[in-house]
Design a protein around this ligand. Sequence first.
Ligand code: ADP
Ligand code: F6P
Length: 324
Amino acid sequence: MSNEIKTIGVLTSGGDAPGMNAAIRAVVRTALARGLKVKGIKKGYNGLINEEIIDMDAKSVADTIHKGGTILQTARCLEFMTAEGQKKGAEVCRKHGIDGVVVIGGDGSFRGAQDLARYGINTIGVPGTIDLDIACTEYTIGFDTAVNTAMEAIDKVRDTSTSHERCSIIEVMGRNAGYIALWCAIANGAEDVLLPERYNNDEQALIDSIIANRRKGKKHHIIINAEGIGHSTSMARRIEAATGIETRATILGYMQRGGSPTCKDRVYASVMGTYAVDLLCQDKSNRVVAYKNGEFVDYDIDEALAMTKDIDDYQFSVSMVLAK
Ligand code: ADP
Ligand code: F6P
């Protein structure tokens, strides 16, 4: 084990995601098993700057693996976007004897980790976001739970949609990314899906598709609309006016971010949390844990943040072929 690292900190940052607690638990318990001390940094980079730092032991994470949200709480911190804020964060780490920090969050949080590393603190990022929008990894903590929550909710909307022979626009989260929308479109057998990465604003094509389906005898028409496109309520009004078919919008919202994590989120988050601590123990810093081609791997944060990814066109075509 490294002579350098004696105490590590762990924080969650950006939007919370189910499975973050499993990751925190893994970080804490792995660190203790490797002979390190652990400090929990509350409320993301805000808590770092404001020194909301607590000692953590094995008991601090007891009874948390099955819980949604994050026991450390999370925040978005504008001050940490400035050099002053980042310097202060690094000083607070040194003051508390924290020589390595595990940051669980999305791309934005990784940029913060990159800055902390620049100011001399060893950092490892763990991908935590329901959006699946981190380029270097095929898995992010929370996505699996979020799509399962959304899928169950959409099944319910479909029941009532069929009973009333309505068209339903269901808006799912994902910021500017369409991964949640695409997975739900396939899993729920939606008739149409609108992805920020692909939608060309051709509402007439959507209207034609609804009318054609109704002529075929379909009793409902489910449209999954990604948050990055939005405007589901006004879209519903326009579609109803153009088709004469009752159309309702449902915005699933924050229910997708809460709830008990799925088995996959608990297991992957646990492995990633342990992996992050092991990287710190190997004197590695400025790295991010990822899941790629069936394996847990790690990348330099600079390299990871420069990567891009896009919706899989084959999966998109599957959603369209199966909807007809
Ligand atoms: P996510 O981590 O889910 O992408 P955000 O983009 O909101 O969420 O970022 C979370 C927090 O990470 C921000 O509130 C800020 O404190 C920090 N952060 C984001 N971008 C940067 C940046 N470029 N430099 C330093 N810190 C950043
Ligand atoms: O990143 C997760 C996410 O839920 C996005 O899907 C959404 O755009 C955003 O966070 C909402 O953020 P807030 O909690 O600030 O409303």
